[in-house]
Design a protein around this ligand. Structure first.
Ligand SMILES: *[C@@H]1O[C@H](CO)[C@@H](O)[C@H](O)[C@H]1NC(C)=O
Ligand SMILES: *[C@@H]1O[C@H](CO)[C@@H](O)[C@H](O)[C@H]1NC(C)=O
Ligand SMILES: *[C@@H]1O[C@H](CO)[C@@H](O)[C@H](O)[C@H]1NC(C)=O
Ligand SMILES: *[C@@H]1O[C@H](CO)[C@@H](O)[C@H](O)[C@H]1NC(C)=O
Length: 436
C-alpha cells in the first residue's frame, strides 16, 4: 500500500505543495515570484497554461494577505468540499502546462497469442477500486448490454488466469496516422477525420470477469504486439526520430512507456464538471470524430451500449456536453490584458479542431460530486444560435445544468437547430483529478 497523502504531518506539507501547483503554474515566471506576488494573475502565453477559469488565480488575490495564509482547502478534510482532489490514485499526476498521468501498465497474451499492453482505470466493484486506487463506477456494472450488428455486447467476457486477463479477443490496430481536416465554412463539422488507432469488431475497452464476480473493468489496450525491449526505449519520452514508428504501435495519448518499471504516462485533458475544472484521460471513442480529436482509439463495439438513458435504471452511461461553436482565439479583440492571445471563454469543437487546445467539454457526475459517474460519456452536442452569437449571449459554460438551462431557454440547440438530444456517441474518458 502506498503512503496516503491525506494523513499525517508530512501529508500536510505534501498537500500544500499540491495545492500550490494546482493554483499557479509550476513552470514559467510565476514559479519565481515571491509569495505575496503570486496572487497576481500573471499568465505566460508561451506556456499555453493561461486560462483564467482553468488555471485559477490564487485565493488570496484581491486581499491584503499572503498566498497560503488561509490554510488548507476544505477538500483536505472532506473530498466533497471545495479544493483539489486526486480521483484516480493508482499513479502519479504531473501538473504543468500540459498535465500528464503516470500509472501501472499490464501485459497479457491475447486469444491470438499476440502480446498486448493495457491499463486499468475504473471498476464496478467498490472494494477492488478502493484497493487499487482506481475510480469506482457503479454504472459500469450495467455496461455489458446492447448488441452490435454481430451480436456483441459492449463488454468482452474474459477469465482471470494466473492473476491476469486470459483469452482477450478484441485487438487494436495502432498503425493509422491520426488526421483531421477542418470543414470549409466552419471547422466543425470537419471535412475528414482519421483516428490514429482503430479497434477490430471484437475490441472494447470493457472487460467482464466471468470468474471474478462478473464485475466490469475499464481496461483499454494502449499498445499492440510489441516487445518489452522495444517499449523500454521510451521510458523517458519519445525521441522525435522514433515518433512515427512509436505512434504506429502505441496509443496516441501515450507520452512515455516503461515496462521495466511497469508504468505508462498518458496526456490528460481539461474539462469541467459542475463548475469544477477537472482532468481526464481519453482511451476510446465509439465515433471517429471524438476519437480522432482527442487521440483515442476508435472502438465501434463501444457503440453497442444503449445511449440516451443518462440516470435511468440500469443505464451504463453518463452525459457529456460538447459545444460545437464556442469562441475561438480569433474572437479575442486586440489589446487584451497582458497581451493575452487566448480567448478566456474559448470552448468547443471549432476551437479544438483549429488546434487551440482541448474543447473544454462538460462532464456530468464525477466521484466525490455524485454517485452516477461512468467513464462512458454519452455526447450531447450543443450549438449557440445566431441570436446568441449576435447579441453577446454566447459564453463559456462549465456545468451540466447551465447547458440544460440555456437549451430549455432556446439559446443553444443541437447542431441542426433542434432541441438538445443524444448524439449517440460514447467516449471512454476516465476522470483523473479535480482542481476545485
Ligand atoms: C509530464 O509532465 C511533467 C510536468 O509538466 C513534465 O515535466 C514531464 O516531462 C511530462 N512527462 C512526459 C513523458 O511528457
Ligand atoms: C496459441 O498458443 C497455444 C500454445 O502454444 C497454441 O496451442 C494455440 O494453438 C495458439 N493459438 C493460436 C491462435 O495461434
Ligand atoms: C505587450 O506587447 C507590447 C508590444 O510588443 C510590449 O511593449 C508590452 O511590454 C507588452 N506588455 C506585456 C504586459 O507583456
Ligand atoms: C446563422 O448565421 C449563418 C452565418 O451568417 C447563416 O449562414 C445561417 O443561415 C444562419 N442561420 C439561421 C438559422 O438563420
Amino acid at each position: 500500500m502506498g503512503v496516503s497523502k491525506y494523513g499525517g504531518v508530512s501529508a500536510v506539507l505534501l498537500f500544500a505543495i499540491c495545492a500550490c501547483q494546482s493554483r499557479a503554474s509550476p513552470t514559467g515566471p510565476r514559479k519565481a515570484l515571491g509569495r505575496r506576488q503570486a496572487s497576481r494573475f500573471n499568465p505566460d502565453p508561451a506556456s499555453g497554461f493561461d486560462d483564467p477559469t482553468v488555471d485559477i488565480a490564487d485565493p488570496s488575490f484581491g486581499t491584503a494577505i499572503a498566498a497560503g495564509y488561509q490554510g488548507p482547502m476544505a477538500s483536505y478534510e472532506n473530498h466533497a468540499l471545495v479544493g483539489p482532489v486526486d480521483l484516480l490514485r493508482s499513479g502519479q499526476l504531473n501538473l504543468g502546462p500540459s498535465p500528464n498521468y503516470t500509472l501501472p501498465v499490464y501485459q497479457s497474451t491475447a486469444l491470438s497469442n499476440e502480446t498486448y499492453w493495457w491499463i486499468v482505470t475504473d471498476s464496478s466493484d467498490e472494494g477492488n477500486a478502493q484497493q487499487l486506487g482506481i475510480n469506482f463506477s457503479p454504472k459500469l456494472r450495467f455496461a455489458a448490454q446492447g448488441r452490435t450488428l454481430n451480436g456483441l455486447t459492449a463488454a468482452e467476457e474474459v477469465r482471470i488466469v494466473d492473476n491476469t486477463v486470459g483469452g482477450r479477443r478484441g485487438m487494436v490496430d495502432f498503425s493509422p496516422v491520426r488526421n483531421i481536416v477542418p470543414g470549409q465554412s466552419s471547422p466543425f463539422p470537419p471535412a475528414h477525420v482519421q483516428p490514429g488507432s482503430v479497434g477490430d469488431e471484437f475490441y472494447t475497452p470493457l472487460i467482464q470477469l466471468t470468474n471474478g464476480g462478473g464485475e466490469i473493468w475499464n481496461a483499454p489496450i494502449i499498445a499492440g504486439d510489441v516487445t518489452e525491449d522495444y517499449l523500454n526505449q521510451f521510458c523517458d519520452g519519445i525521441p522525435s526520430d522514433m515518433l512515427e514508428d512509436f505512434r504506429s504501435k502505441v496509443h496516441d495519448q501515450v507520452l512515455a512507456i516503461c515496462p521495466r518499471e511497469q508504468t505508462v504516462t498518458l496526456a490528460t485533458i481539461h474539462g469541467f464538471s459542475f463548475g469544477k475544472s477537472v482532468l481526464y484521460l481519453i482511451a476510446d471513442g465509439s465515433d471517429p470524430l471524438p476519437a480522432t480529436l482527442d487521440g483515442g482509439t476508435y472502438s465501434p463495439r463501444l457503440g453497442a451500449l444503449p445511449t440516451g438513458g443518462d440516470d435511468a435504471l440500469f443505464s451504463g452511461v453518463e452525459r457529456f456536453f460538447v459545444c460545437t461553436n464556442g469562441y475561438t482565439d480569433a474572437d479575442l479583440a486586440p489589446g487584451a490584458p497582458n497581451n493575452e492571445t487566448h480567448h478566456p471563454w474559448r470552448q468547443g469543437l471549432d476551437s479544438s479542431i483549429l488546434g487551440e487546445g482541448n474543447a473544454l467539454n462538460i462532464l456530468g457526475a464525477i466521484p466525490t460530486v455524485a454517485y452516477d459517474y461512468s467513464p462512458l460519456w454519452n455526447f450531447e452536442l450543443y450549438t449557440w444560435t445566431n441570436y446568441s452569437i449576435e447579441n453577446g449571449i454566447r459564453t463559456r459554460l462549465t456545468a451540466e445544468f447551465e447547458v440544460l438551462g440555456m437549451a430549455a431557454a432556446g439559446y443553444v440547440t443541437d447542431p441542426n437547430g433542434d432541441t438538445l438530444s443524444d448524439a449517440k456517441i460514447i467516449n471512454n474518458c476516465p476522470v483523473v483529478y479535480r482542481y476545485l
